[in-house]
Design a protein around this ligand. Structure first.
Ligand code: GLC
Length: 693
């Protein structure tokens, strides 16, 4: 019911899980280790360390999580692990809605400084699992439904983290796309879908050479991910992965099988598994040379860290908090605005709803990713007062203490005030009691009492603005038509309300766009008819994930992939495609700001294979850019096309191929709002003709 208040129940009674960085020891070579030491090295130490062989080599310290460092400081009386305070950045869901590669890199760099301050060697992040199922309890921790957007943003994040001295651990490898029965569930997926959709984000991050990946709990096509030799071979031999593999916590059932498959490190330490591994070795079930392969990779990972330890923190706390706020501002998506926004200084505003209080339980999800914020957020009302000093602004939580909505004795007074204010701002959402690790949501709708509050308030005041604090898609169909504006703030971190206030007050023009489709309702989603299978999640939707399904099947959505409004207005023009040989080309176009507001615009490039000999989605994202364009100015955008823009993975030939024929190239403000179009003809593996349409 309450999700994970404190994520980790102590897994090993005999070793305290409290972190410590093993600075003792120095590097050793494989041949200087006994077989006993090698076997011990394959298993972690406590909950958060690699094994230091009693000081013989450094012990690496690892911590969650994708949007803030969760370093356990002490253990509570009932076994819960209590973390140190650390900057709570917006969740990766919010980061991706910025479509800003520079901010993805900046978040990685800032997190690396947070890690260095706490002597953390490895950050267990980012999660790059594709958002196939909008109910997934951990979607707030992931990037997108689209592999190209997820992969390119994750690659920047990993590079920013590692170039600033801390190892990344990309997770969860792979096909961990729901939390429902995650320890036993099997993701049933065909090879082409695996390559084009679920492995693709990992493949993109491998360009930044993550030092670790983490295998997932679930099975893939019936085989546990921790024993899936084929998947690890694919990563290492075909996708460019050159780091080490650790298990998810408790994901190893047979340590010997996992070593043979390529899981180098089991986390956390399991005495039972370790002793079985030793027994298997003694019984000749596993050879020393098989053990050496994993030990080599662990020694390599330790050595990489050793070279980076002691690096200075580069950014002040203030600068890192500013990064958190910038991401929250740019990750905010304006879904509806009938003109009520931006607000004007002097207008009276009533802010209603606990989600506007800036409390971490309501502006983040639960589980391993949960951060204990450094300073915590201000309320939205306080933040608005900062930027609208002449306005009368009041705030009413309207919820009772334990988070269950109840308006009890107050509704009438609250609603009267809403009716008297110029604008009513209603703060609603999900939070860690609804979106958390180890369980999926049961509905895409908000709590009924929240929907009731929205409708009651809107009935009192036509200028009602809804601010939505959620980590994933929400079914807004019951109330979206009744309100004047909808702002999707996301799980936006400890500077989130300052960011929302800056946008509502017009200090910042909203520029975020959806990285995950908002369907009209759960029944419209493509996976819906197979979700009930308890042990097998059949990926019958194949490559039709997210907009690939809705656009191809012609199923309407509430708000489409890539959609987001701005206070500014942009006009696209001057599309050109310059051939660069083979399948390489440069696509250029202009984006003109025809409004009085300065703003940022995310333009998107989609490709359609118009005459494919295999099934292909109607169109796929193959490029994007974000440009700051002052009022009246015009930006020239250049994006590149190459083989990956046109190819599909052929299950018949086990390779990526491009069939000859006609391809459409679209440039749009969203997947539906196409502004420019061209056609290219491919013959014998090269573009031979371009036609601007
Ligand atoms: C959890 C999560 C993983 C996390 C790890 C350590 O089970 O699945 O994302 O990094 O354990 O907390």
């Amino acid at each position: 019911k309450n999700g994970f208040s404190f994520y980790h129940i102590i897994i090993n009674k005999d070793i305290p899980p409290v972190h410590r960085a093993g600075t003792e020891g120095f590097m050793v070579k494989l041949n200087e280790l006994t077989i006993e030491e090698k076997l011990r090295l394959l298993c972690g130490e406590g909950s958060w360390n690699t094994c230091g062989l009693d000081g013989k080599i450094p012990s690496l310290l690892m911590c969650d999580g994708p949007h803030g460092v969760r370093k356990v400081e002490r253990v509570g009386e009932n076994g819960e692990q209590i973390p140190l305070k650390s900057i709570a950045y917006p969740a990766l869901q919010c980061l991706t809605n910025t479509w800003n590669r520079k901010l993805a890199r900046a978040m990685g760099e800032a997190l690396a400084d947070d890690c260095k301050e706490k002597d953390v060697d490895i950050l267990l992040a980012p999660g790059v699992n594709i958002k196939r199922n909008p109910l997934n309890g951990r979607n707030f921790e992931y990037f997108s439904e689209d592999p190209y957007l997820a992969g390119t943003m994750a690659c920047e994040y990993v590079d920013g983290l590692q170039k600033n001295g801390v190892a990344a651990c990309v997770k969860h490898y792979c096909c961990n796309n729901e939390e429902h029965n995650r320890l036993e569930q099997s993701s049933e997926v065909d090879e082409r879908t695996l390559r084009e959709i679920y492995l693709k984000p990992f493949e993109w991050t491998f360009r930044a050479h993550p030092e670790w990946i983490m295998c997932s709990y679930n099975r893939v096509n019936g085989v546990r991910a921790s024993e899936h030799g084929k998947l690890f071979d694919t990563a290492r031999k075909e996708l460019g992965f050159d780091g080490a593999v650790m298990s998810d916590w408790g994901a190893v059932y047979d340590r010997t099988a996992a070593v043979k498959a390529g899981v180098d490190l089991e986390m956390p330490f399991s005495r039972e598994n370790y002793e079985r591994l030793v027994a298997d070795y003694k019984a000749g079930k596993i050879a020393e040379r098989e053990i050496d392969v994993c030990v080599e990779r662990i020694l390599g990972a330790v050595e990489k860290r050793l070279r980076r330890r002691g690096e200075k923190v580069k950014r002040s706390e203030k600068e890192r908090l500013a990064v958190a706020q910038e991401i929250a501002e740019e990750g905010l998506v304006l879904l509806k605005n009938d003109g009520v926004l931006p607000l004007e200084n002097g207008q009276s505003v009533s802010v209603l709803g606990r989600y506007g209080a800036g409390e971490k339980d309501y502006t983040s999800g639960g589980g391993a990713a949960q951060v204990l914020p450094l300073a915590g957020d201000v309320t939205l009302a306080e933040a608005l007062k900062e930027v609208m000093p002449d306005s009368e602004i009041d705030f009413e939580k309207a919820f009772n203490a334990d988070g269950i909505e109840s308006y009890g004795e107050k509704p009438h007074r609250i609603l009267e005030r809403c009716a008297q204010s110029d604008v009513s701002v209603i703060c609603v959402g999900t939070g860690r009691f609804v979106e958390y690790e180890s369980a999926d949501r049961t509905t895409l709708k908000l709590h009924p009492l929240q929907e009731e509050l929205i409708l009651q308030t809107a009935a009192q005041n036509p200028d009602t603005v809804v601010v939505l604090y959620a980590g994933g898609a929400v079914d807004v169909s019951a109330w979206a038509d009744e309100v004047a504006a909808i702002v999707y703030a996301g799980f936006n971190g400890e500077r989130g309300n300052r960011a929302v206030a800056n946008v509502l007050a017009g200090k910042v023009s909203p520029s975020g766009k959806l990285s995950e489709t908002f369907p009209v309702c759960l029944e419209d989603t493509p996976y819906y008819d197979t979700y009930r299978d308890v042990t097998v999640a059949r990926y019958t939707d194949g490559v039709d994930v997210g907009y690939r399904y809705y656009e191809t099947a012609g199923v309407g959505v509430q708000y489409e992939f890539g959609f987001g409004l701005s206070y500014a207005e942009f006009e696209y023009g001057d599309l050109e495609i310059e051939l660069k040989g083979g399948l390489n080309a440069e696509v250029s176009y202009t984006v003109k700001n025809i409004s009085d507001y300065d703003g940022k615009e995310i333009s998107q490039l989609y490709v359609r294979d118009a005459v494919a000999f295999v099934y292909r989605p109607d169109l796929e994202l193959k490029g994007y850019a974000k440009n700051y364009i002052k009022a009246g100015d015009c930006a020239e955008v250049k994006l590149t096309l190459d083989k990956s823009s046109f190819a599909y993975y052929s299950a018949a030939k086990d390779e990526w191929i491009v069939d000859d024929g006609v391809f459409n190239v679209f440039v749009g403000a969203s997947v539906k709002d196409i502004r420019l179009e061209a056609a290219v003809v491919v013959e014998n593996g090269g573009i031979v003709k371009v036609k601007i349409l």
